[in-house]
Design a protein around this ligand. Sequence first.
Ligand code: DX5
Ligand code: ZN
Length: 221
Amino acid sequence: MKTKKIAPSLLSADFAHLERDIRMLEQAGADILHFDVMDGQFVPNISIGIPVLKAVRRVTSLPIDVHLMIETPGLMVDAFVDAGADNVTIHFEAERHLHKVVHQIKAKGAQVGVAINPHTPVSVLEDILPDLDLVLVMSVNPGFGGQSFIPNTLDKLSRLRKIRDERDLSHIDIEVDGGVKIDNIKAIADAGADILVSGSGIFRAKNPAQMIHEMKALINS
Ligand code: DX5
Ligand code: ZN
């Protein structure tokens, strides 16, 4: 079985003290940094983009997992890889030429993920699945941190894991994003997630570093 990983979402970090927060995450054993990009079109919010990604890249060697919540991401993926993304995840709902953009990201040398919103069935990924490194299952409607986990996601994760097993696609990581907290993380990991994104669940904890330790222990227990 894969070792399950924690990916803290920088969206909940203190942007005035980003380097300090990244050091804390590194020391606490975070596996991946999750970097949320929002364009005010695909989602009703605007967050951070290329200049901030370049700055984060300068101060850490942790893998950076870029989650593009933007329309027509194909226009921007090269720039995100150039800015330092190790993984670029685009939304199924936001890209008409998904196959083309998936291969564009690969050709640039980054890992590629496709995200699906809560209403999007796993089945739409049937044909593209072998080409992917990662599937991101959204467990909230994207746009904001601090929302509640949508319970039906557990079933979606199990179905996706089953498909991955049946089709022998063990190279694909299953990632989950939204409302992941200490009280539900074990069930979410057991349902099939390999990479667990958590923003407010970590940064709003009294002791975020301790929270990462506890989460890591739970998901691999
Ligand atoms: C939501 C973002 C998430 C967000 C998760 O649109 O994609 O990555 O930061 O935040 P929490 O863990 O607070 O739900
Ligand atoms: Zn995200």
